[in-house]
Ligand binder design. Structure first.
Ligand SMILES: [Zn+2]
Length: 276
């Protein structure tokens, strides 16, 4: 790999499962991303059991934050009492969102009724704690929209990560003020269905991500994805927006800190101590 270094500000990887990498590989992976100018990392949980490892990882790095919650694949692990446990965990330093949570009817790794239950409970907890959610949605567009429209979730703030559900759904999500996370799919030759949302989206509502270790962008397809490759995602977004890469990074980073306000509170804290 002979990666180009970005001039000026680099992007934030708003979705990378760094905790799933072997622990002796993580530092090199994080350093490689920083070398390319990557400004930050958001690590979303898959299960509540991930929390301790993720918190330890994020609390070691000033440029790393996390989301805690339960992925739809693991929704059947969401048990009575977990809501209370999650609410406790959300008080920890470096936690900036609930997630990732959602619906996945492509794999159906958990029964659908469990997926709905875990989703609604986590969204309610996010609203109660004034935190945004990171949403996973696959082959469940209509059902997801129906939950989104429930009056209880009128105050929800959300990042629909690795978005690929087309323009019609995008319009409704964007109208509700939600953000769309664009992943390496943006670079796939046949992914017009991903790129077509860019012209209809306010640029203030776009984020970039890798979804490490999945979905590596061109030219790394078929290899494990890494946060360093968020640069390729950003460059493609910049090309679509007819911006230079640094301007696109500044925009998507500002979007990141607007949505994940707790991350912004940490970086603007000038007490001289690492806080939150
Ligand atoms: Zn994910």
């Amino acid at each position: 790999m002979s990666p180009a270094q970005l001039r000026g500000v680099g992007p934030i990887d708003s979705h990378c499962h760094l905790h799933t990498l072997p622990s002796d590989e993580r530092d090199a992976v994080i350093d490689a991303a920083r070398q390319r100018g990557v400004q930050g990392f958001l690590v979303p949980a898959i299960e509540l059991e991930d929390a301790e490892e993720i918190l330890t990882l994020c609390q070691r790095h000033d440029d790393m934050w996390c989301a805690l919650g339960v992925h739809p694949h693991s929704a059947s692990t969401w048990q009575p009492g977990h809501g209370k446990r999650l609410a406790e965990l959300l008080k920890e330093d470096r936690v900036v969102a609930v997630g990732e949570c959602g619906l996945d009817f492509h794999y159906d790794h958990s029964p659908r009724e469990d997926q709905f239950r875990a989703l609604r409970e986590q969204w309610q907890i996010a609203i109660d704690h004034d935190l945004p959610v990171i949403v996973h949605n696959r082959d469940s567009d209509q059902e997801m929209l129906e939950v989104v429209r429930e009056p209880a979730f009128g105050a929800l703030r959300a990042d629909f990560h690795s978005y690929c559900a087309g323009t019609e759904m995008a319009r409704e999500l964007l109208d509700r003020g939600f953000y769309l996370g664009l992943s390496g799919m943006l670079t796939f030759p046949r992914a017009d269905n991903v790129r077509e949302v860019i012209p209809i989206a306010p640029v203030e509502q776009l984020l970039v991500e890798t979804d490490t270790p999945y979905l590596a962008p061109v030219p790394y397809r078929g290899k494990p994805n890494r946060p360093a490759y968020v640069v390729e995602v950003l460059q493609r977004l910049a090309q679509e927006l007819k911006l230079d890469a640094a301007a696109a990074a500044e925009q998507t980073n500002a979007n990141f800190f607007r949505l994940f306000q707790r991350a912004a509170a940490e970086t603007t804290d000038n007490s001289g101590e690492a806080r939150r």
